[in-house]
Write a protein that binds this ligand. Structure first.
Ligand code: NAD
Length: 297
């Protein structure tokens, strides 16, 4: 029987851990606070920000919702972030992607103070992750690691194939999985758009993680019996639904499920974990900035 990994349930466990940490912080007189900064008018980004705000409120994290005109000069964003960096009551800062074309991406990533960079994308934090001493594990890769742990799948010694080499998922995940220590010690292969024979790699994997953005790219024919399949993809495909689309992953779920030992669904797999790990990183930031020891599993 294939296990369909319930990301919502694992995320609920993480939120419970986070709530307990919020209590510890509150007892010490600290209210953890996340500021989100939105500088675009895309519906999807607006929805993401609203969900993040709501998630915070549910676990007792104060959330601040900063909105900037997409046509405003880039300096307005950098001044806003600088003010948030300077504020003692703000512990986490997240600039919602994408920012407008006239705002240089690399500068955005470096603008947030590394101690408040709950996305984990600041070059200093990327460097620490690669060096094996992460401050914040980026939310989606950390969520994938937690899902594996929750299923009792120890990557140590296993062949893990990560499909996708993005800054936010593929690369940090590959780094986390190959690190020494718990949740790591895997033999990691990273495949990407220039990989010659993707199936040759996925077929010899114990664990396949797909983070590509191509609906159904990985199917059952590309897998060996007993593989664990983690589907990070979230793709809209046209469908006869109220919204006119439905969400699918990068894995062809039915054919992959027929081969897999365990598989994540879309929706309800990695997505809820990404949201939960942002809360995790926010309370971690608050505990470190305020020097309040907490127990974060
Ligand atoms: P990206 O576009 O930044 O990177 C995609 C990667 O896939 C690239 O490295 C590219 O080389 C690789 N790729 C493209 N075509 C390929 C092919 N045919 N074969 C092999 N590799 C190929 O994407 P991203 O930001 O990493 O996002 C990937 C997917 O994950 C998207 O569907 C995105 O919506 C989703 N996502 C989900 C979450 C979540 O919380 N579940 C979080 C982030 C991203």
């Amino acid at each position: 029987m294939t296990t369909v990994i319930d990301g919502n349930a694992v995320a609920a466990d993480v939120r419970e851990d986070v709530s307990a940490v919020v209590d510890t912080l509150t007892d010490a007189g600290v209210t953890p606070r996340l500021a989100t900064v939105l500088m675009n008018d895309k519906q999807a980004s607006e929805t993401y920000v609203s969900m993040k705000q709501r998630d915070c409120e549910e676990v007792g994290i104060a959330a601040e919702d900063v909105r900037l005109d997409p046509d405003a000069p880039a300096e307005e964003l950098f001044d806003t972030v600088s003010d948030l960096n300077d504020r003692d009551d703000v512990h986490g800062i997240l600039v919602q992607d994408p920012t407008p074309d006239h705002v240089p991406d690399e500068r955005v990533l470096s603008a947030v103070s590394p101690a408040k960079d709950v996305d984990g994308f600041h070059p200093e934090n990327v460097g620490r992750l690669v060096a094996g001493n992460p401050r914040f594990k980026p939310c989606t890769p950390h969520g994938v690691q937690k899902l594996l742990e929750s299923e009792g799948i120890d990557p140590a010694g296993k062949e893990v194939v990560v499909v996708g080499r993005s800054k936010i998922v593929g690369k940090p995940l590959a780094n986390l999985l190959l690190q020494k220590g718990e949740g790591g010690n895997a033999t990691v292969t990273v495949c990407h758009s220039r990989t010659d024979d993707l199936a040759a790699h996925t077929r010899r994997a114990d664990v396949v993680v797909a983070a590509v953005g191509v609906p159904g790219l990985v199917d059952g024919d590309m897998l060996t019996e007993g593989t664990t399949v983690i589907d990070v993809g979230i793709n809209r495909v046209d469908a006869d639904t109220e919204k006119g689309y439905r969400l699918v992953g990068d894995v062809d779920f039915e054919s992959a499920k027929a081969k897999a030992d365990a598989i994540t669904p879309v929706p309800g797999g990695v997505g809820p974990m990404t949201r939960a790990m942002l809360l995790y990183n926010t309370v971690k930031a608050a505990s470190e900035i305020e020097d309040v020891p907490v127990d974060l599993p």
